[in-house]
Design a binder for this molecule. Structure first.
Ligand code: PEP
Ligand code: MG
Length: 324
C-alpha cells in the first residue's frame, strides 16, 4: 500500500469521471512542510503562524518572522502558501502573552486579539509581504471572523502594510486575502464576506465546535462533537453554494477535509480545494481517484436526508467499501 501511495504522489486527485480537486496541506512546523512535499501537496491551504510563535519566549521580531515565512514560501514556490494571521487565544496560548478568561473559546481569540493590537498584526503582515518578494506565492487568511467590520479593518491594515513595504523599496504584489469561515455568524454572511475578499476557507474544527456548542478538546463531551452532524453538513453545503453565488473559491482546511469520508462529501458539495494534514493526503487522493463525482453527489443527496451523524458516517463508509 505504501508503494501505491508513493506512486500516487505525482498523480492528480481526479475522479474516474474527470473531476479534479486540488489537495493542499496544513503546516506549522518545518517538518510538516518537508513531509508535505514528499506527499505531493499542491499548495499550503493553512500555515498556522502561531506555531512558530509558540516555540519562542517572546514575540519574534519582524526580521525573525520574515526569515521563518520566507522558508515556507520558498519551499513551496511557485505553489501558493496560505498564511493565517496569528490565531492565539482559545486553546492556543503564548507564555509571554497570557490571556486568562472564564470562556477562552468565546473570548479574545484570533482576529479579535490582533485588531486590538494592530502593531502585532502590522509587523506580521509586513514580515509576510517582505518574505514573499520575488516569489509572489503568498496568500493571507484571517481567522475567527464573525463580522464584516473585522474584515474591513484587517484589509485596511493589510493595505497599509503593503504601502509601507513598497515605500521601503520592496517589490511585492498585493497578496490574495481570504477569510476563515469558522464562526456560525459567518455562515450567514458569506455573500458580504465573499464580496470583500479573494477566497473563503472553512475551519470545520471550530465551526463544528461553535455550531454544536461542544468544546473541541473536552473529552467529557467528545461524543457530542460530531463532524457528520446533519447541522454541520447543512452549514457546509450552504457555505459552498453561497460562495459560488458570489463567484469566490471556497475550500475546507479543518480536519474533515483530511477524513476520506468527509472529503468525498465535501467534493460532492462543490468545494474547490481541500487542505489537510500531509499524513491524510495520500489516502484522500486514492479514495477520490476511485470514485465518480456523480456517484458522490447522489450519495450526498441521500446523506442529507439522514438525521444521525453515526448513520451518516456508517453509510458513507459502507458506500465507499462497496465502490471498492
Ligand atoms: C479549524 O478551526 O478548523 C481550523 C482549521 O483552524 P484551527 O484548527 O487551527 O483552529
Ligand atoms: Mg479554527
Amino acid at each position: 500500500l505504501q508503494e501505491d501511495l508513493e506512486v500516487l504522489r505525482d498523480e492528480p486527485a481526479i475522479t474516474l469521471d474527470g473531476h479534479r480537486i486540488p489537495l493542499w496541506v496544513n503546516t506549522g512546523l518545518l517538518t510538516d512542510a518537508l513531509r508535505s512535499l514528499d506527499r505531493g501537496a499542491e499548495g499550503v491551504g493553512l500555515y498556522r503562524t502561531e506555531v512558530p510563535f509558540m516555540m519562542q519566549d517572546r514575540f519574534p521580531s519582524e526580521s525573525e518572522q520574515q526569515k521563518i515565512y520566507r522558508q515556507q514560501l520558498e519551499m513551496f514556490a511557485p505553489a501558493p502558501v496560505t498564511m493565517r494571521t496569528l490565531d492565539i487565544g482559545g486553546d492556543k496560548s503564548l507564555t509571554y502573552f497570557p490571556i486568562n478568561e472564564a470562556n477562552p473559546f468565546l473570548g479574545w481569540r484570533g482576529i479579535r486579539v490582533t485588531l486590538d493590537h494592530p502593531e502585532i498584526f502590522l509587523v506580521q503582515v509586513r514580515a509576510m509581504l517582505k518574505a514573499s518578494e520575488g516569489l509572489n506565492n503568498l496568500r493571507i487568511m484571517l481567522p475567527m471572523i464573525s463580522s464584516v467590520h473585522e474584515v474591513d479593518e484587517a484589509l485596511h491594515l493589510i493595505y497599509r502594510a503593503h504601502a509601507e513595504v513598497i515605500e521601503e523599496g520592496c517589490d511585492v504584489d498585493m497578496p490574495q486575502v481570504g477569510v476563515m469561515i469558522e464562526v456560525p455568524s459567518a455562515v450567514f454572511q458569506i455573500r458580504d464576506l465573499g464580496l470583500r475578499v479573494d477566497f473563503l476557507s472553512v475551519g470545520s474544527n471550530d465551526l463544528t465546535q461553535y455550531l454544536l456548542a461542544v468544546d473541541r478538546n473536552n473529552p467529557r463531551v467528545a461524543d457530542l462533537y460530531q463532524a457528520f452532524h446533519p447541522a454541520v453538513l447543512s452549514a457546509l453545503k450552504i457555505i459552498a453554494e453561497a460562495a459560488h453565488e458570489v463567484g469566490k473559491p471556497v475550500s475546507v482546511c479543518g480536519e474533515l477535509a483530511g477524513n476520506p469520508l468527509g472529503s468525498v462529501l465535501l467534493m460532492a458539495m462543490g468545494y474547490d480545494m481541500l487542505s489537510m494534514n500531509a499524513t491524510n493526503l495520500p489516502k484522500v487522493k486514492s479514495v477520490i481517484r476511485g470514485i465518480n463525482l456523480e456517484w458522490a453527489q447522489r450519495l450526498l443527496d441521500q446523506v442529507m436526508q439522514i438525521e444521525s451523524a453515526h448513520v451518516i458516517a456508517a453509510m458513507v463508509q459502507l458506500a465507499l467499501e462497496k465502490e471498492g
